[in-house]
Design a protein around this ligand. Structure first.
Ligand SMILES: NC(=O)c1ccc[n+]([C@@H]2O[C@H](COP(=O)([O-])OP(=O)(O)OC[C@H]3O[C@@H](n4cnc5c(N)ncnc54)[C@H](O)[C@@H]3O)[C@@H](O)[C@H]2O)c1
Length: 427
């Protein structure tokens, strides 16, 4: 790092986070861990910020490393160091911040160790692949005063902010229900393929990491790992954290739901390669209203002409939103309108770059993070409780003090994942 004002070069930039003493000319050096898809998008938008440079690309797949390094060089940037072991990245004193764009089962260890190493972190959503991992990550980030931005970029979207303000204004009347739905073709999984040889240049052992050892299968790998429990949580966590986060934001939720009950199954795609239910309905019991989640893998249409969305149903009207817009459907008809009509609000589609800018400004000037780890932690909790209730086939009640599911021993056993040695669950 090259912090100005005579700051000792031996101290990481993180030591000055939020102190307001860093200027726009102070270089921020980042490394990307997990470079293929979303991690790459994050790096691309972070490199658009003033004085942000990438020193290291880390991935366990040589092809990804070489392709992405070549893209950076094509853009006229210096070829980064290529690395397969994220722990080497964290040893590098020049690195101020890491982006974690690995599959969900590989968020916790690098994030925890990055915080311990004095780095700031931009970690993708869901915060982790389990409730217990999210809890540890929150604790470690707080203990180290690390800035941890979670990739819930809707928090930085202007039209989402205005939708939230509208809900909070009370104009919708009493909110009785908050609903989320996500219908996506990819939620039906791929066609099954046989196990095969590990692709050349891939460190498969490291890709699996703390997850159980098993033969290589293309369907469980790049991109489609999300449909398998060892690595992800299906549509419930993939889209759930984005959409549920909007409800938690608008309704100012700061605690766990009173109870959660999920019902579903793989009703239409049992011949496909996926462990997740293609159909799921989850009911969250809240204080004074209900929240509900629904997803349908293999379906691309949905309520209000949207295949995904969030709605707030109030006594005066309903607000319906997605990433393009939000609209109001007033109650009472033309004769007796209970609220004024509101013009459709359109998105400017800048949420992701705004999110990256917010991360850089938080490091440099002490701006508050738009999706601080606590926000990611809460959204992940709600999403994981939905999945756990489904797998346990039971209503679940989570106690935030003891960090346990108190309603069912079977469900509580799903809070903490078993790590495969030599990887150990961080304590
Ligand atoms: N914020 C969003 O809108 C959004 C969108 C898509 C994905 N995501 C999230 O981003 C994350 C990555 O998803 P993706 O679609 O990019 O997955 P992907 O499979 O396309 O890419 C993951 C990359 O991580 C690499 N990797 C795996 N283990 C590693 C390790 N131990 N060290 C270094 N690299 C490792 C893989 O080789 C691969 O290149 C997930 O958590 C996903 O939920 C967020």
């Amino acid at each position: 790092m090259s912090a100005g004002l005579g700051i000792s070069a031996s101290l990481p930039l993180s030591a000055f986070a939020g102190s307001g003493i860093l200027g726009a000319n102070d270089k921020i050096t980042v490394a990307l861990i997990g470079a293929r898809n979303m991690g790459w998008y994050n790096l691309t938008d972070l490199l658009k910020q003033e004085n942000v440079v990438c020193k290291i690309l880390c991935d366990v797949d040589d092809k990804v490393l070489n392709d992405k390094a070549a893209e950076l060089v094509e853009q006229g940037l210096k070829k980064p160091i290529l690395e397969k072991d994220y722990r080497k990245v964290l040893e590098d004193k020049d690195i101020d911040a890491v982006i974690i764009g690995t599959p969900d089962h590989w968020h916790c260890l690098p994030a925890v160790e990055a915080c311990e190493a004095g780095k700031h972190v931009y970690v993708e959503k869901p915060l982790a692949n389990s409730i217990a991992e999210s809890n540890v990550m929150l604790d470690v980030a707080r203990r180290n005063k690390s800035l941890v931005q979670v990739g819930q970029q809707q928090r930085s979207g202007a039209h989402w902010k205005s939708a939230m303000e509208f809900v909070k204004s009370g104009k919708l009347g009493t909110i009785r229900q908050v609903k989320y739905w996500a219908n996506f073709n990819y939620g039906s999984g791929n066609k099954p393929v046989p196990d095969s040889d590990v692709p050349e240049g891939l460190d498969y052992e490291r890709w699996l990491g703390p997850a159980p050892r098993r033969p290589f299968n293309k369907n469980r790998f790049h991109g489609s790992w999300r449909m398998f429990r060892d690595y992800g949580g299906g549509l419930m966590t993939d889209w759930g954290v984005h959409l549920i986060d909007m409800g938690l934001w608008a309704m100012d939720v700061k605690s766990a739901p009173l109870s959660v009950r999920a019902v579903g199954g793989n009703y239409a795609n049992s011949d496909r390669a996926l462990e997740m239910p293609d159909t799921l309905s989850v009911l969250y019991e809240m204080e004074g209203y209900t929240m509900s989640w629904e997803h349908n893998g293999g379906i691309q249409s949905g309520p209000y002409g949207q295949n995904y969305g969030v709605l707030f149903m109030g006594t005066n009207g309903t607000l319906v939103a997605d990433r393009d817009k939000w609209r109001i459907f007033p109650e009472g008809g033309d004769e007796n309108p209970r609220m004024e009509g509101v013009e459709e609000h359109k998105s400017n589609h800048q949420s992701h770059i705004n999110h990256c800018e917010n991360f850089v400004r938080a490091i440099r000037y002490g701006d508050a993070l738009n999706a601080d780890i606590e926000i990611g932690h809460r959204a992940a909790l709600y999403a994981h409780l939905g999945n756990i209730s489904y797998w346990a086939d039971d209503k679940v009640v989570y106690d935030e003090k003891s960090r346990k599911i108190t309603s069912s021993i079977k469900a509580d056993a799903m809070v903490t994942p078993a790590y495969r040695l030599p990887w150990e669950f961080p304590v």
